[in-house]
Design a binder for this molecule. Structure first.
Ligand SMILES: Cc1ncc(C[n+]2csc(CCOP(=O)(O)OP(=O)(O)O)c2C)c(N)n1
Length: 627
C-alpha cells in the first residue's frame, strides 16, 4: 500500500483496516531505513497511527501541522511526498531528520529544539485571525517537551487569547529517559486513573450500542457526561483551569477513535488539548526494551537490535561521565545536573552511583542553570552538563544568575562544534562566541580526552567563579588518561615554527598538528600552539609567538563570528601588534546536516583543509613581501 501513498490525499479514502496495515508497512520501512542511516527510531515508531489519524482528519498543508522537536515526524515525511527520498534521511544533501520549511510545504515550522510548537502555533493562529482566514492548527507535543518552560509560556497565552488551536499531547511517559517532574506525574495520574478509565470504556461501549438515529445527540450527551465524570474522578484538570478544553486520554494507536476526536474538535471554537497515550518504540521489540538507546541512535542490526559500534577509543561523553564519578567519589560536594539528557551527556554513570546528588530537571536548560547556581550558593559544586546547542536557551541565566554574581558553576558543554546528522539545530557552533563575552567566565576546550579530565579537575577545584569546558561529539583521540595539571589561561607550544604559527583550540589541535606536518613537506615551517583557553587567553604566549612570526592562524570549531579567532584578533589589535592573521572556523552561515567528517571537509576544517588554507595564506603573504 505504501508505494501508492504520495500525498496525504492518498490516505483519505483508505478504510480504518487499510490504515492499520499501512501503519505496519510504515513502521517496517522506518526500521529498515533508520537501521542504515541512524535516527530517532523509537519516537517515530510511537507516532505512526497518530500521524495517519492527523492526516486523515485534517487537510494539510492548508491545515497547519506543527511537530514539536520534530524527531517523531518520520511517518509524516513519508506520507507527504518524501517516501522515495526517505533512504537519504539525515545524510549529506538528503532529507533532514527534523521538519524543515525549505524541504516541504507540509513542514510548517522548522524544529529540533524542544517545546516550541505551542508558541509557533499560537502565533500562526493569531496571524490567521488577523487575516480573517480559516484553517486548523495542530501542534503535536510530547510529554517530555511539556516539561519545558516554553510550553507553559505558550499555554499561558493560549488560554488567555482563547484562539482556536488544537494541541495534541503525545504522552508515552518517556522523555529520552524516564520523564521527570510534577507534570509527568500528573499526566500519569490522569492516564492511569482506574475508575475513570473503566467508566470511560463502559460509556463508549454504551454509545456503540445506541440506535443510529439517536447516536448523534446521545453521543454529545454521553460526551458531556463523560466530561462530568472525568472532573469528578480527576480533581482538577490543569489544562482546563489554564483555559484549554481537555479531551482524553485516548488510545494513540486506535485510528478510528483518534479521527473521531479530531473531527469533533473542529467544531470547538477555542483552544483544545487532546491527550493521547502512545507506546514509544511500538512494533520493534529491541526498541521497547531499551528506549533511551533507541530514542536516537546510529546504524544498527535489525535482527538483534545491536548498534553497529565503531571500533576505537571511547567518546568524550563517556570519558567525562566516568571521570566525574571519580571526582565525586573524592568530593561529596560535587553534584550533577542534566536537562533531560543523562545518557547523552554521560551523567547516567553519575546517576547510577550517586542518586542523591544527581538532578534531572527535565527539558529545562534555563532552569538547570539557575538551579545549579542556587546549589553553588549553598557550597555545592554543581556540574551542569548541557549540550552546546541547548545551553543557548540559558544564555540570560548564565549571565544574570551565574556570572554577574560570580557564582562557581561548572558548565560542561558536550557536542561543541558540528554534530553531524542532526544538522543545524543541533550543531554547537556558537558557544565560544556566546560565552566569551561574559565577564567572570572561564572558557576552555581540551585537545583530547586526557586534557578533558585535567580541565574537569581544574573546574571542580575552581571556586572563584563560573567555568566552562566545551568538547566535541564522538570518539576521543585515544589519549591515555594520566594525572595532569592545567593552569588557568595557560596553553602549550606543541611545535615551533618560523613561517607561521597556528593557535588552535580544542578539536582543532590535532588536525593542526597534521596540517603542520603536511606544510613541512611543502617547505613551510609552521608551529602549533594548543591555546586551551579562549578566556582568559594566554596573552604572554600569544605575544611571544607574534614576536617570533608575523603570520598567525587561528583554528577553531566554532563560528568565526565572535569566536576564538575574534578574541585573538581583538587582543592583538588592542596590543598594537602588527601581524597577518588568518582565522579558520565555521563560516557565517548555518551548516547543513550530514556526516561530521563530510561537513568538516566542506568547510575546510580537516588537516588537509587547514594545510591548504595556510599554504594559500603564506604564499599570498610572501607575494606581498616580494612586491
Ligand atoms: C531544548 C532541547 N533540549 C533537549 C533536547 C533533546 N531532546 C530531544 S527529544 C527529547 C525528549 C522529548 O520527549 P518527548 O517530547 O516526550 O518525545 P518522545 O521522544 O518521547 O516522543 C529531548 C530531551 C531538545 N531537542 N531540545
Amino acid at each position: 500500500m505504501l508505494s501508492n501513498i504520495n500525498s496525504p490525499l492518498d490516505i483519505k479514502s483508505l478504510s480504518y483496516r487499510e490504515l492499520d496495515s499501512l501503519a505496519s508497512e510504515i513502521r517496517k520501512f522506518i526500521i529498515e531505513v533508520v537501521s542504515k542511516t541512524g535516527g530517532h527510531l523509537a519516537p517515530s515508531l510511537g507516532a505512526v497511527e497518530l500521524t495517519l489519524a492527523v492526516h486523515k482528519a485534517f487537510e494539510a498543508p492548508r491545515d497547519r501541522i506543527i511537530w514539536d522537536v520534530g524527531h517523531q515526524s518520520y511517518a509524516h515525511k513519508i506520507i507527504t511526498g518524501r517516501r522515495e527520498r526517505f533512504h537519504t534521511l539525515r545524510q549529506y544533501k538528503g532529507i533532514s531528520g527534523f521538519p524543515r520549511r525549505n524541504e516541504s510545504e507540509y513542514d510548517v515550522f522548522g524544529t529540533g529544539h524542544s517545546s516550541t510548537s505551542i508558541s509557533a502555533g499560537l502565533g500562526i493562529a493569531s496571524a490567521r485571525d488577523l487575516k480573517n482566514e480559516d484553517f486548523e492548527i495542530v501542534c503535536i507535543i510530547g510529554d517530555g517537551a511539556m516539561t519545558a518552560g516554553m510550553a507553559y509560556e505558550g499555554i499561558n497565552q493560549t488560554g488567555f487569547l482563547k484562539k482556536k488551536l488544537i494541541v495534541i499531547l503525545n504522552d508515552n511517559h518517556m522523555s529520552i529517559s524516564e520523564n521527570v517532574g510534577g507534570m509527568s506525574r500528573y499526566l500519569m495520574k490522569i492516564s492511569t486513573a482506574p475508575l475513570y478509565n473503566e467508566l470511560k470504556g463502559d460509556l463508549w461501549e454504551l454509545l456503540g450500542r445506541l440506535p443510529p438515529s439517536l447516536s448523534g445527540r446521545a453521543r454529545l450527551a454521553a460526551r458531556k457526561l463523560r466530561e462530568g465524570i472525568k472532573n469528578l474522578m480527576i480533581p482538577t484538570i490543569l489544562f482546563e483551569e489554564l483555559g484549554l478544553r481537555y479531551i482524553g486520554p485516548l488510545d494513540g494507536h486506535n485510528i478510528p477513535s483518534l479521527v473521531e476526536a479530531f473531527e469533533s474538535v473542529k467544531e470547538i471554537d477555542e483552544p483544545v488539548l487532546i491527550h493521547v497515550l502512545t507506546e514509544k518504540g511500538r512494533g520493534y521489540e529491541p526498541a521497547r526494551n531499551n528506549l533511551p538507546l533507541f530514542h536516537g541512535l546510529g546504524p544498527f542490526d535489525i535482527e538483534s537490535g545491536e548498534p553497529k559500534k565503531k571500533q576505537g577509543p571511547p567518546t568524550y561523553t563517556h570519558v567525562f561521565g566516568k571521570a566525574l564519578c571519580e571526582f565525586a567519589e573524592k568530593n561529596d560536594k560535587v553534584v550533577a545536573i542534566t536537562a533531560a539528557m543523562p545518557e547523552g551527556t554521560g551523567l547516567c554513570y553519575f546517576r547510577d552511583r550517586f542518586k542523591e546528588r544527581f538532578f534531572d530537571v527535565g527539558i529545562a536548560e534555563q532552569h538547570a542553570v539557575t538551579f545549579a547556581s542556587g546549589m553553588a550558593v549553598e557550597g555545592y559544586i554543581p556540574v551542569c552538563a548541557i549540550y552546546s546547542t541547548f545551553l543557548q536557551r540559558g544564555f540570560d541565566q548564565v549571565i544574570h544568575d551565574v556570572a554577574l554574581q560570580n557564582i562557581p558553576v561548572v558548565f560542561c558543554l558536550d557536542r561543541a562544534g558540528l554534530v553531524g546528522e542532526d544538522g543545524p539545530t543541533h550543531h554547537g557552533a556558537f558557544d565560544i562566541s556566546y560565552l566569551r563575552v561574559i565577564p567572570n567566565m572561564v572558557v576552555m576546550s581540551p585537545k583530547d580526552e586526557n586534557e578533558l579530565v585535567g580541565m574537569l579537575s581544574l573546574a571542580i577545584g575552581h571556586r572563584k567563579g563560573p567555568i566552562a569546558i566545551r568538547y566535541p561529539r564522538g570518539q576521543g583521540t585515544g589519549s591515555t588518561i594520566k594525572p595532569s595539571r592545567i593552569h588557568i589561561g595557560k596553553g602549550e607550544v606543541l611545535r615551533d615554527g618560523r613561517d607561521g604559527f597556528i593557535l588552535a583550540i580544542g578539536s582543532m589541535v590535532y588536525p593542526s598538528i597534521k596540517a603542520s606536518d603536511m606544510l613541512k613537506k611543502k617547505g613551510f615551517d609552521v608551529g602549533v600552539f594548543n591555546t586551551r583557553f579562549v578566556k582568559p587567553l594566554d596573552e604572554n604566549s600569544i605575544l611571544q609567538i607574534a614576536q617570533r612570526t608575523k603570520n598567525i592562524i587561528t583554528c577553531e570549531e566554532n563560528a568565526l563570528s565572535g569566536g576564538f579567532g575574534g578574541a585573538v584578533a581583538e587582543f592583538l589589535v588592542d596590543k598594537h601588534v602588527n601581524v597577518s592573521l588568518l582565522r579558520l572556523g565555521i563560516p557565517d552561515r548555518f551548516i547543513e546536516h550530514g556526516a561530521r567528517e563530510i561537513l568538516l571537509e566542506k568547510i575546510g576544517l580537516t588537516d588537509k583543509g587547514i594545510a591548504k588554507s595556510i599554504e594559500r595564506f603564506l604564499k599570498v603573504d610572501a607575494n606581498k613581501d616580494s612586491n
